[in-house]
Design a binder for this molecule. Structure first.
Ligand code: C2E
Ligand code: MG
Ligand code: MG
Ligand code: MG
Length: 291
């Protein structure tokens, strides 16, 4: 496998690679205008509290409606945006849009609702990131506690002075960090003390086989215990079955997110879901007592 890799360098010159690169350049050219042309769109995925069985937050997930290719998922979009530094304007658009949407929902539907927004490690190389976050909150009229910024473990292990400075500024503003895909990156835990971490998000690769794989179950149990000792909230990603949900509930997980509770969806659909959540129990499907 490794030997193969070396030989593949020559594949760069193969015609199909030329096509791939031409495609990428084309995609990049389009992406440069995606923000101006309003081709980017935010989807939102609900997060449900296992204490109340209610939606307590949503995660913003970006989508790109490419005029010819249709919906481009973040897997492709974010990688390209990072390589080309277009993640700076795209990230700013995402944050401002998410803050405005949250402000609206807090006003009309639920004053306690929170929003999680993903930040790429590359965005931390952008000068003025903390100021941009502050300005997005101010413009939307949101308090910093309403926002959760999702970052990865590797970012918190990055000792670059700009990263540390930005994280410190966010901390002083009162913003909480969520560690996305927790358990898949570095194993050092010192950063949990150094930075204002509020949530650990158990990666969905551990949740998937939670009932069949005792190793995955042990990892989830350990993350939930760690979060509890450190007084952090723990959110499980990728919950797809009622059995996984039961397991997580019994194990003391705080919040769940996944297709079982709702796929990422456009704002209008989430709005309907939030309104319905006030009336009907999302988990049992029964009418809520007293409503
Ligand atoms: P993530 O932050 O870990 O987001 C969760 C991903 O899991 C989302 O994929 C979501 O659609 C998917 N997912 C949620 N529930 C389930 C489930 O039950 N089963 C399965 N199989 N998948 C589930 P998506 O939207 O394709 O996003 C992929 C990644 O792209 C995100 O992973 C995040 O790292 C990144 N991303 C998305 N939006 C943004 C953004 O606005 N900015 C940045 N920097 N990154 C973003
Ligand atoms: Mg995330
Ligand atoms: Mg994640
Ligand atoms: Mg994940």
């Amino acid at each position: 496998q490794v030997k193969q890799q070396g030989r593949n360098d020559f594949a760069f010159f193969r015609p199909e690679m030329r096509v791939r690169i031409a495609n990428l350049l084309q995609l990049e050219k389009h992406l440069r205008h995606a923000v101006d042309r309003e081709e980017l769109k935010l989807f939102y995925q609900p997060q449900v509290s296992l204490e109340t069985d209610r939606i307590v937050g949503v995660e913003a997930l970006v989508r790109w409606r490419h005029p010819e290719r249709g919906l481009v998922l973040p897997g492709e979009l974010i990688g390209l945006a990072e390589e080309t530094r277009l993640i700076f304007p795209i990230g700013e658009w995402v944050l401002r849009q998410a803050c405005r949407q949250l402000a609206r929902w807090r006003q009309v539907l639920d004053p306690g609702l929170r929003m999680a927004v993903n930040l790429s490690a590359v965005q931390f190389q952008q000068p003025g990131l903390a100021e941009m976050v502050r300005s997005a909150l101010d413009d939307a009229g949101l308090e910093p506690q309403a926002l959760e910024l999702e970052v990865t473990e590797s970012l918190l292990m990055d000792n670059a002075s700009r990263t540390v400075e930005t994280l410190t500024m966010l901390k002083e503003m009162g913003i909480q960090l969520s560690i996305d895909d927790f358990g898949t990156g570095y194993s050092s835990l010192v950063y949990l003390k150094r930075f204002p971490v509020g949530q650990l998000k158990i990666d969905r690769s551990f949740v998937r086989d939670i009932l069949e794989d005792s190793g995955d179950a042990a990892i989830c149990t350990a993350i939930i215990a760690l979060a509890s000792y450190l007084r952090l909230e723990v959110v499980a990603e990728g919950v797809e079955t009622p059995e996984q949900l039961d397991w997580l509930r019994r194990s003391g997980c705080d919040r769940v997110q996944g297709y079982l509770l709702g796929r990422p969806a456009p704002a209008a659909e989430i709005e309907a879901m939030l309104a319905r959540d006030a009336e009907v129990d999302l988990v049992s499907g029964k009418a809520r007592a007293g409503s």
